[in-house]
Design a protein around this ligand. Structure first.
Ligand SMILES: [Zn+2]
Length: 428
C-alpha cells in the first residue's frame, strides 16, 4: 500500500475541491473547470522542475538550441489568446519524440522529436498545439484525465543489497522516482481544438501552416513503422489520424503563404543532428547492458563519449557500467564528468552518492544524495540518506528519510520499514 508523504503538498486533492464554469479563453465557449487560473499557475510552477528531471533533464550540449526553441515558442505565445502567461520552453535530453505543456504555460520538447523535424514551421506546429492546451486551460477541464494522480508518492525502487547484479541496482528504473512527471490525456475534442487553433496561431505568427500537415504525415509514417520510441512518446497522448491530417490540410489550404525558416532550423539543430550517431551508440549500449553484455556496452558508451564528450548521459552510463565491473574509482571519475557536464541533473548525483557511501566517504555521499533529492526525490537516495543519518547518530533525520523511502513500497520500501521498526517506529 502506498502512503502519502507529509512533506509533499498533495495538491491534487486541494484542486478537486473547486469546480466552476468558466470561459475557454481560446474558443470563447463555456467549460467546466476544476481549478482556478491561479491554481493552474502554481501547479505548473511546482511540477516544472521535477517533470523535467524525471524525463532526462535539460539538454545542455548546445544551450543555443533551447534559446532558439524558446524564441519560436514565445512568438506563438505572443499571438495566443492568453499572451500574459509566464510561457517557458525547454529542450529535454530525451530520445523519445515527445512534447508537453504544463498548465500555466510551462512547456518542454524532447531532443528526440527535434531531430525528426525539418523546419521551423514544423516546430511551430508542435509548439502552437501545446500553447493552445495551456491557453485554452485544457488541463483544468474535467475532460482531462490522469493528471498527476500520483504526485507526492515515490515509486518502488529495488533494494541494492538484494540485487545480484550491481548494474541492476543502479538501473535507471530502479531508482524509485517521485511520480511527479506530468502526464495529461486530453480528450479527442481538446486535441482537435489544439490542432485547429495551433494552426491559427502559426498563421498569426507568420508561419506556413503546411508545416502542421507535414508534422501529422511524419507522425503517421512513424506510427506505421511502429517504432517503440514513437509509440511511447507523442503518439501515446496524441494519436495521429487521417482525420487530424485532413482537418489540418483544410486549414492550411485556407491560409497559404507564411515562412518555413528551414535554414534557421537546420542551423539551430546542426549540433543535435551531428551528434545523432553518438546517441544511437548510447541507445545500443543501454540495450547491450540490459542483456548483460557489459563489455560491449562499455565499448559503445566510450565510442559515444569520443564523439561527444560534453554529453552527461554518456558519462553516466559509463559510470554505471564501471560499477558493475567493480571499478569504483573509475566510476567516480565518470560520474564526476557527468555532473560537471550537467550539474542540474539528479541521476549521476544519486549514483555518485551511492558509490561514495559504498567506499566509506560518508560526507561526500550525504552531500551528493541531498543535492539529488532537491532536484528529484528518489526512493534509493532516501534509503541511503536514512542509513547515513543513522551512522552519524541523527535519529530524527533517519526516521524522515526512511519514512519517505517506505512510502514507495517494494523491496526497498520494506527495507525502510524494517529500519523504522528497529528505531521503534511503526510506519503510519
Ligand atoms: Zn495535444
Amino acid at each position: 500500500m502506498k502512503r502519502f508523504v507529509g512533506y509533499f503538498v498533495y495538491l491534487f486533492i486541494a484542486l478537486t475541491v473547486t469546480t466552476a464554469c468558466t470561459v475557454n479563453p481560446v474558443t470563447g465557449d463555456r467549460q467546466l473547470s476544476f481549478m482556478s487560473a491561479e491554481q493552474e499557475l502554481a501547479l505548473g510552477q511546482q511540477h516544472y522542475v521535477p517533470s523535467q528531471q524525471a524525463q532526462g533533464g535539460r539538454y545542455v550540449v548546445d544551450p543555443d538550441l533551447t534559446v532558439y526553441v524558446n524564441q519560436v515558442g514565445q512568438r506563438l505565445a505572443d499571438v495566443s489568446d492568453r499572451p500574459g502567461l509566464p510561457y517557458e520552453f525547454v529542450v529535454l535530453n530525451n530520445d523519445v519524440p515527445n512534447a508537453w505543456a504544463l498548465p500555466g504555460g510551462k512547456m518542454a520538447i524532447n531532443r528526440g522529436l527535434l531531430v525528426h523535424l525539418e523546419d521551423e514551421s514544423q516546430l511551430a506546429a508542435v509548439l502552437g498545439h501545446e500553447v493552445v492546451h495551456a491557453a485554452a486551460r485544457h488541463s483544468a477541464s474535467q475532460q482531462t484525465r490522469n493528471i498527476m494522480l500520483q504526485a507526492g508518492l515515490l515509486a518502488a525502487g529495488v533494494a541494492a543489497a538484494t540485487q545480484e547484479s550491481q548494474y541492476g541496482a543502479l538501473a535507471v528504473g530502479a531508482l524509485g522516482i517521485g511520480a511527479t512527471a506530468w502526464q495529461a490525456r486530453y480528450g479527442r475534442s481538446h486535441e482537435l481544438e489544439a490542432d485547429r487553433y495551433g494552426v491559427e496561431y502559426m498563421v498569426r505568427a507568420g508561419y506556413d501552416p503546411q508545416g502542421a500537415v507535414e508534422l501529422q504525415e511524419t507522425f503517421l509514417k512513424f506510427s506505421e513503422g511502429r517504432n517503440p520510441n514513437w509509440l511511447e512518446g507523442l503518439f501515446a497522448s496524441h494519436p495521429p489520424s487521417a482525420e487530424r491530417m485532413r482537418l489540418n490540410q483544410e486549414l492550411a489550404d485556407k491560409h497559404s503563404g507564411g515562412v518555413r525558416n528551414r535554414d534557421a532550423y537546420r542551423q539551430a539543430t546542426a549540433q543535435l543532428r551531428k551528434d545523432q550517431p553518438a546517441y544511437e551508440k548510447y541507445q545500443q549500449a543501454e540495450r547491450a547492458a540490459e542483456q548483460g553484455e557489459y563489455s560491449k556496452a562499455l565499448s559503445l558508451a566510450e565510442q559515444a563519449i569520443e564523439h561527444q564528450p560534453r554529453e552527461n548521459l554518456f558519462w553516466e552510463l559509463k559510470g554505471r557500467l564501471l560499477v558493475e565491473d567493480d571499478r569504483e574509482q573509475e566510476a567516480l571519475e565518470a560520474f564526476d564528468r557527468a555532473i560537471a557536464a550537467n550539474p542540474e541533473f539528479f541521476r549521476p548525483l544519486v549514483y555518485r552518492g551511492v558509490v561514495h557511501k559504498y567506499l566509506g566517504n560518508h560526507r561526500q555521499a550525504e552531500a551528493d544524495l541531498t543535492a539529488s533529492q532537491k532536484l528529484l526525490p528518489t526512493q534509493l537516495a532516501s534509503y541511503h540518506l536514512g542509513e547515513l543519518a543513522l551512522q552519524r547518530g541523527a535519529r530524527d533525520d533517519a526516521i524522515g528519510h526512511f519514512r519517505l523511502a517506505a512510502s514507495g513500497g517494494g523491496e526497498l520500501g520494506a527495507a525502510a520499514e524494517r529500519q523504522l521498526q528497529q528505531l521503534g517506529i511503526t510506519a503510519n
